[in-house]
Ligand binder design. Structure first.
Ligand SMILES: [Zn+2]
Length: 733
């Protein structure tokens, strides 16, 4: 290391130390009293959760026919354990599903010049791509490089089996059209990290659930190998014709040998024997709950998708989330049953099922439960051994469209575990080394890298966050996962310590919400207000930076944008504060408390805007332009007067049902009110709808979109989108 480099590294470390030094090394606080935390932490068992993962998904296992006739192994294990833990209301709720592809045989043998096995599902289940059709063929191998259409055409693949190091689906599409018998793919996005892992690939085209709203991306596609959200799509889209060919995959370590033989112009003939069948897979959900003492006080629901697919499996994605909410159920039910924690006034409910499709059906069928449910904690991929995966344990917050105190409640426990699990130079002398030791006896003895993040969807919290449901939901997720959606996602990549910590955070967060009264709500409101100063401070930094990079041409627009995102952040914080009122409806002390804090947040916002204005004057001076007072354009004046509110049709049908009114609109709606292209920036597809609340104007909605997206939306596109929602009868003003 050179001296100059050492200086740079030293400066970097110094900056990091300054940033970290902002945390008080002597205060690790939680909403729950320490005595209750001690019970939760002590009862939590990472090994118990790990054992559940191992029982269901220690390895990629064969799917047996009797599982399709009766219950899947996942369902059996979860419901049996719930019974042994003594949970209330255990039920297996089944909805009609759709076809599921199942591998019966997948053998690929070299017959000339040698005789040797190249691939078999007996060795690794994902070696046969899902969707492969039954076949028994012998053919010559032909190398097609990356497998682009041109490479495949040039190679003349008719009657041959193509070998590619490109993406399987792309190569299969072109090769099968040109008469190839099948495909062998040696493709992996992380070949140097783990040359043994293979992606879970499929060659069947996937169906999408019902049509997306104008201006919106389609709903998240099901993971490869999953039977394409059968419940949601039922009767809407006819299934595409099944593939008539097959595809094998080889891990890079083995596949590279085959590749080098073919590049050396060796003539290799193989025999492929494939047998597959189609089963009918029902959507199985498991539900249970811990009854609260006051049915009128509302509920909280924890969710995790129990099925990644039927062929496709994953220990971390997502048996780990399933095992961890199961452990939360065990911890809280045990503590309440043994009188170690008071029974909460609110019911704590749990649901496991197929991602989106199964859980979506249950939510749609239980609208009266959703009406009284306050919020959702969704766990998806929570068990990863963090250092093996180079991962953080992330809290994905709700959007501005679903402002809720659950964000700050969960952040409290993330911080408690995260900051408490670090040895600091100031307090290194304790016997445990760290202030809050939550380590499983067989798990990692490591710090807890955590991160509080903005919203990300693509899991079951989105079922709850949906406009037709209206239950704010957060997601707990470890990211990245180096074995994500691959054959390597097996139980050995999960860490008992991480599982124990995730269970503690989930249990403490759920119990906090389930027990909070007026006094508890005031404490939560206080923490929202203090976190708000930090979040508004960050928004100020974003706003300042927009001005720092402004040019003379963009200065006016950037000024409006910069102020707008601060105003939007303040609105969001005040709405988050107001959300605590549901914890003690009618409590005058609480509403007075929230009103006073909201006023203080206004003051924080005003101070941020004053700082921005001071900075703006400096930027204007540098650019040689005038920092004119911000004035509304005619369009902005019009938009400020449009204050849409949702109609009864939004919630009438529950989860995603309102989409049918959007789909039924005549094509002229989209041409009269264009929103396509770059007009709307929507990291969260349903965000405009969610921001319609009878208080936000169209101008507010634009600012709230701008505050949450990298790209800015145009005001006209926001208005147009609202017009489309109005035509559909979903909003009015
Ligand atoms: Zn998942």
């Amino acid at each position: 290391m050179t001296k100059r480099l050492m200086t740079i590294v030293a400066c970097g470390l110094l900056l990091a130390a300054i940033a970290a030094a902002q945390y008080t090394p002597w205060l690790y606080w939680t909403f729950l009293p320490q005595a209750q935390m001690d019970e939760i932490v002590g009862e939590a068992s990472g090994e118990t959760a790990w054992n559940t993962i191992a029982e269901i998904n220690a390895f990629n296992r064969e799917r047996f026919s009797e599982e399709f006739k009766g219950n899947f192994l996942e369902t059996q294990v979860i419901s049996r354990k719930l019974k042994s833990y003594g949970l209330a209301g255990i039920d297996i709720v089944t909805y009609p599903g759709g076809p599921a592809w199942v591998a019966v045989k997948g053998e690929l043998w070299e017959t000339k010049p040698g005789r040797q096995k190249i691939a078999s599902i007996r060795d690794m289940l994902p070696m046969l791509a899902s969707g492969s059709a039954t076949a028994d063929v012998t053919g010559e191998l032909i190398w097609v490089g990356r497998g682009t259409p041109k490479e495949i055409t040039d190679a003349k693949v008719i009657g041959k089996i193509v070998v590619t190091e490109g993406a399987l689906m792309m190569a299969y599409g072109a090769a099968s059209q040109q008469g190839a018998l099948g495909v062998i793919s040696i493709s992996m996005s992380r070949p140097y990290f783990d040359p043994l892992q293979m992606p879970w690939s499929g060659i069947a085209q996937r169906r999408r659930p019902g049509g997306a709203a104008p201006g919106q991306p389609e709903a998240p596609a099901p993971p490869a190998g999953q039977p394409a959200q059968p419940g949601v799509a039922a009767g809407q889209t006819p299934p595409p014709a099944p593939p008539t060919g097959f595809a094998f995959q080889l891990p890079v370590r083995e596949g590279d040998i085959l590749k080098r033989r073919l590049l050396a112009n060796e003539k290799i003939t193989v025999r492929a024997q494939v047998e597959s069948k189609t089963e009918t897979a029902d959507l199985e959900n498991v539900v249970a709950h811990i009854p609260g003492t006051d049915p009128a006080a509302g509920e909280i629901i924890l969710s995790a998708h129990l099925f990644e697919g039927f062929q496709k499996q994953g220990a971390n994605d997502n048996i780990s989330g399933s095992a961890t909410i199961l452990e939360v159920a065990r911890i809280l039910n045990t503590l309440v049953a043994e009188g170690r924690l008071p029974r909460p006034k609110r019911t704590i409910r749990f649901i496991w099922g197929p991602e989106f499709s199964g859980i979506g059906e249950w939510v749609k069928a239980n609208r009266e439960i959703m009406e009284r449910t306050l919020c959702n904690i969704n766990m998806d991929m929570v068990g990863e051994w963090l250092t093996k995966n180079k991962a953080y344990f992330c809290l994905m917050r709700t959007t501005y469209g679903n402002p809720h105190y659950i964000n700050d409640v969960m952040e409290n426990y993330y911080r408690y575990v995260g900051e408490g699990s670090r040895e600091r130079i100031q307090n290194r002398s304790g016997a445990a080394g760290v202030p809050v030791r939550i380590v499983a006896p067989t798990g990692a003895d490591e710090p807890f890298a955590y991160s509080i993040e903005t919203h990300y969807g693509a899991s079951d919290h989105e079922v709850f966050n949906d406009w037709g449901v209206g239950v704010p939901g957060i997601m707990m997720i470890a990211w990245p996962d180096q074995w994500y959606h691959t054959s390597g996602d097996t139980a050995d990549k999960a860490d008992p310590t991480q599982l124990r910590r995730a269970a503690v955070i989930g249990a403490a967060g759920a119990y906090t919400v389930a027990t909070a009264d007026a006094a508890g709500a005031e404490t939560i409101a206080g923490e929202i207000a203090s976190n708000a100063t930090r979040r508004i401070g960050h928004t100020l930094a974003v706003a300042m930076e927009a001005l720092n990079v402004a040019t003379t041409e963009t200065f006016a627009d950037d000024s409006a944008y910069a102020r707008g995102i601060i105003e939007a952040a303040v609105v969001n914080e005040k709405e988050t504060l107001a959300s605590v009122l549901e914890l003690a409806p009618g409590a005058a002390s609480l509403s007075g408390h929230v009103t006073r804090l909201a006023k203080a947040v206004d003051g924080v916002g005003a101070a941020a805007i004053a700082a921005l204005d001071a900075h703006r004057a400096g930027v204007a001076r540098k650019l040689g332009v005038k920092a004119l007072p911000l004035a509304l354009s005619d369009l902005e004046k019009r938009a400020a007067k449009i204050v849409p509110r949702p109609t009864a049709k939004v919630r009438a049908g529950g989860y995603r049902e309102y989409q049918k009114l959007m789909t039924a609109l005549p094509a002229s709606a989209r041409t009269d009110f264009p929103v396509a292209g770059k007009g709307l920036a929507l990291a969260n597809p349903g965000e405009v709808q969610l921001l319609v609340n009878g208080r936000h104007s169209a101008l507010d909605i634009k600012k709230m979109l701008d505050a949450q997206n990298e790209r800015r939306s145009t005001l006209q596109a926001v208005i147009n989108y609202l017009e489309i929602l109005k035509l559909a009868g979903l909003v009015e003003w």
